[in-house]
Design a protein around this ligand. Sequence first.
Ligand SMILES: [Mg+2]
Length: 219
Amino acid sequence: MWDIDYTLLRGGGVAARAWRAAFTELTGREWRETPIFGGRTDTDICVEVFARHGVTDCTPEVFFVRYVEHVLALQHEFGEQGALMPGVQDVLKRLGADPGVVQTLVTGNVPQVAAAKLAAFGLSGAFDAEVGGYGTDDAVRATLVRRSLERAEAKYGERFAPVVIGDTVHDVTAALANGALAVGVATGSTTMADLVLAGAHAVLPDLSDTDATVRILTT
Ligand SMILES: [Mg+2]
């Protein structure tokens, strides 16, 4: 269960720009303050943004429709302004060749935005996105892990030993709440020490050591 932002890639602020544009267009309100996005679900962020701007006549579902339109209009910018994190392609390829592994996404992004980011970096084929957990499933990240596991077990008809990999304390706690292996990667703004403190079973500085990363993820 891969987190996207600052684990697989960074989007270069494109999605945040789409978010602000959609917000102003939909609510007619000037954007005042940007919340901390890292590791949070889009539903959670949306509720906070509405509250902070005094918006009472909109729902996350309505907002996401417009937000996705803005992201798709800017999709070409992900590749120009963003970047893949080190080692990502090799790790995905190695795990993709392991018949005992299903790779999917557990991300706070709404599904269409997750897909747009991955497509911009040629990663769409690496995941079974159908069994992922997304920011539209719930405001609480732990629920996204649970939904992903339920979807995977329903689709494949077998039990999985879930592994969550992400760059924030939220990824780690969501994994632990579901009895999943929690692997932290310090390519975001959270330090290795803080990921360890959060309870991660393993922490990597980045994914550039393919052998070590694959070994940890398939333990
Ligand atoms: Mg992240």
